[in-house]
Design a protein around this ligand. Sequence first.
Ligand SMILES: C[S@@+](CC[C@H](N)C(=O)[O-])C[C@H]1O[C@@H](n2cnc3c(N)ncnc32)[C@H](O)[C@@H]1O
Length: 477
Amino acid sequence: MEYELTYKDKEPEEAVLNTAPARLRKVKAFGRGRGDGNLLISGDNLGVLKTLLGMKEENRLRNADGSNGIRLIYIDPPFSTNLEFKGKKDQKAYRDKIIGAEFIEFLRKRLILMRGLLSEDGSIFLHLDWKKAHYLKMVMDEVFGEENFLNDIIWSYGGRGAKAIAGQFSRNHDIILWYGRPGHIFNQQAFQRRVRKGEAGFTKDGEGRWFKTSPRGDYTDSSIEELGKTGRIHRTRNGNLRIKYFLKEDGDYLIEDKLVGDVWDDIPDAMHLSDAEKTGYPTQKPEGLLARIIRAASDKGDIVLDAFAGAGTTLAVAEKLGRRWIGIDSGRLSIHTIEKRLLNLKGTKDPSASQKKYSAPLRPFSVFEAGDICTHANGLNVKSACSFDGKMGECVIKIKGIEGPELNGQGLDALSSVMLDFDFNGEVFRCGRAYTAEELKRSGYEVRFPAKKLKNEIMVVYSDIFGNERWYLGKVE
Ligand SMILES: C[S@@+](CC[C@H](N)C(=O)[O-])C[C@H]1O[C@@H](n2cnc3c(N)ncnc32)[C@H](O)[C@@H]1O
């Protein structure tokens, strides 16, 4: 290696590759279908990545074209801010307290394992900000090869006055480093810009058509002749030849189609998300950002991995765009937010996806817990009473109250969802119906379902807004 970043406690690659794999336990399954479907994994991503490497070695990570390995990895890890992040309702989300060289090594270890997971032509996007991106550029060169560096994308998410800092320019962008192996997928992306009619650089021709021009570039004489036949050639006052591009009109505006470059300033930050997109999870990224990345660097049916999944933006967008996905996060709030988000997905254009109720995802997915993690053993208690409404032929669960260490007397307002498995198999919770907080509130915290749905044992999973769960098993008499 010509140059290398050195720092305290940097481990040799062989030691990193010897990381112990995490044992994965399947705990929940959503949607119908054989196999595990897409994977949501709760746990520290280091051991989980090693486990996924084992799956790759067994040829179990296959893309649409049959190639083995992950086609696209996007990660948006903690940025080494030394802060604690909380959800909209003050829930603990995650601690971003690893700083200095330790932070660099934390990411490097995971990047080394991710390299092994990529398909032969896979690519990886690493999302960071001004604090550590430049150190990680060197690490990425070491791990993925400087020759595979494709873009240093500037996501300029818009000026927020609050970010102005005395004595320096305001900080308004993140940095996304893209590395791809030879033969990586690149689907060119375009976006539309609206400009007011009459703005400098936009002209109307004799036939009333608005256009802009660009230099002739490397067009050959015969191409120029062809373009001339369709009125696409413009001559400036001093005789220079330029190429005309006609624009669509929308009232007082013109719509300009532009190819996406490496500065992305057309995607506003998460502060400007629609209410439908907001999850309340901190540091959530916009779906528009992930849609651009996923469309550019993967095809339908390919596997997309996000090992720092957060609110599950990558997974939700991958799902909508017909990609398969694997998500990992070590936070309880994150896993709960992702489950709810995926169950509630709307707006797909995939005709095979009939999303009627909050209980079935567009495509099936399974939730795994890694190592010692057990989400349903953290002290949430639920007071409820069950009865049978003979007139309606329905079972009724009346929820009277919840208690838990984090609730601080918030009561039922802190109940986030209730899910039912009508035929629990003693191992994996298979979701048959889920109720959102809004539905529960509307029904006066009464859960009703047709008694004929019940088989042998029913499992009821209650979740609070912190992601704590309580599983209650009921016997059908
Ligand atoms: C910046 S957030 C990701 C936000 C996400 N891109 C989104 O749009 O919502 C980083 C996430 O990494 C998770 N995380 C941090 N360290 C982790 C680790 N060692 N293993 C798994 N997840 C981790 C945190 O819990 C947090 O949810």
